[in-house]
Design a binder for this molecule. Structure first.
Ligand SMILES: Cc1ncc(COP(=O)(O)O)c(C=O)c1O
Length: 403
């Protein structure tokens, strides 16, 4: 059987052939250092206990055994609106949707928006879900290239030059995956103006909104006004250390009155999948009213910050590598000197690294990046685990030549 053309056009390297080979090695008893995915639980991070207790309550009492409202129960949506109100973002309860991960909500919103041939502007490098979701919705991804020597921030002139009559949406991922860059307020304000002028829907992937290390404060693009439609995505996966809960939200703001059809479409598609996972929604009022303890991990002396710093130091120290300091999220996206190592295939580089050192990373082209000169790691492991991994990487590069 042949895959449909749409499915054949998408990929997700983070869980692709490299991971499958690593799992095979693990079955043979090999210990793999998994730097390939932002999965917090294997590295000792836990979701708030009060959230777990609230979910258990719902399960034990049976109250969360049924379907809930297609958008998520009103109490959960009210808690969400209040959560953002405290962060100076204004959303309406009737315009907030809960879903099973940002991954599902991105698919739903693009399905609602796109007709065949419609274009969506996406960052390169960027998280591959977005390109896949655009393609699966029948649209065409058009990339704006973020440059390493501008700290991986977007170039507004380039974004503007890519807009055509077919452009429907513009995706911002800040803090970014894979680069870790938190976009500054001034660039976001310019991007907002471009979106308003061209009537583009702004998709703001804010799943890492709470994970910033202090150099650049986080700004939500939806905070700049109400003059265009904006969808703000976030959830429990990162800041709340609960990626396995598959619980997330999409909050629509801006010209909602003029775009009632968009909200109705989202309601329809949310209804088609019946409801978000109810047992997790049951704990939402509790967890959102209490907030996360992320600041203790990202502040000075905090675990994530120390790990980020260890990572930056290692990439300064290893000959042939360099890296822009990630100011948010859980990843670094180092550059590899392709001439020094004779690299023509970055996936092969990652495979060679895996086979020789048992360190699993993802090659740069897995992140809608065209060149073979980068790879991505997560700095979720402890400093001592990371240091061991970086020592192996250094030795490996000391003798590596691909061609
Ligand atoms: C930028 C970005 N967006 C979305 C997601 C998916 O989030 P969720 O776990 O809520 O589906 C991820 C997951 O790593 C991500 O990095």
């Amino acid at each position: 059987m042949q895959l449909s053309k749409r499915v054949a056009g998408v990929s997700y390297a983070i869980r692709g052939p490299l991971l499958l080979r690593a799992l095979e090695l693990e079955k043979q008893g090999v210990n793999i250092l998994k730097l390939h995915i932002g999965n917090t639980q294997p590295f000792g991070f836990r979701a708030p206990k009060s959230f777990v207790d609230a979910c258990v309550d719902g399960l034990e009492s049976g109250k969360s055994h049924g379907y809930t409202h297609s958008m998520g129960g009103e109490d959960a949506r009210e808690a969400l609106v209040e959560y953002y109100r405290k962060r100076n973002l204004r959303f309406d309860v009737e315009h907030c949707f809960f879903g099973n991960g940002v991954s599902e909500l991105v698919r739903l919103t693009l399905d609602v928006l796109l007709n065949p041939g419609d274009e969506v502007l996406l960052p390169s490098p960027g998280y591959p879900l977005w390109a896949a979701a655009v393609i699966l919705a029948g649209g065409t991804p058009v990339y704006y290239y973020c440059k390493e020597d501008s700290n991986w921030e977007p170039d507004v002139e380039e974004i503007t030059s890519l807009i055509t009559k077919k452009t429907k949406g513009l995706v911002i991922i800040s803090p970014n995956n894979p680069t870790g860059t938190v976009y500054g307020a001034s660039i976001l304000s310019e991007i907002y103006d471009v979106a308003v002028k061209n009537e583009l829907v702004l998709f703001s992937d804010a799943i890492y909104e709470g994970i910033v290390y202090g150099e650049t404060p986080y700004t939500a693009i939806s905070s700049f006004g109400e003059e265009t439609l904006c969808v703000h995505f976030s959830g429990l996966s990162k800041e709340f250390f609960g990626p396995g809960f598959r619980t997330a939200w999409a909050c629509v703001s801006g010209v909602t009155e003029k775009n009632k059809g968009f909200i109705e479409g989202l309601y329809l598609l949310s209804s088609l999948r019946l409801s978000p996972v109810h047992p997790m929604l049951f704990g939402i009022p509790k967890v959102l009213s209490e907030g996360s303890d992320i600041a203790q991990h990202t502040g000075i002396g905090g675990r994530l910050r120390e790990q980020r710093d260890a990572c930056v130091r290692a990439f300064q120290d290893i000959p042939g590598l360099s890296c822009v300091t990630p100011t948010g999220a859980l990843y670094a996206f180092p550059r590899v000197d392709v001439e020094q190592f004779g690299i023509t295939d970055d996936e092969r580089f990652a495979f060679d690294l895996l086979e020789e050192t048992h360190v699993l990373v993802v090659h740069g082209r897995g992140f809608t990046w065209n060149d073979v000169d980068h790879f991505r790691i997560t700095f979720l492991p402890s400093v001592s685990e990371l240091t061991q991994g970086f020592e192996k990487l250094k030795k490996f590069l000391g003798r590596y030549r691909q061609t």
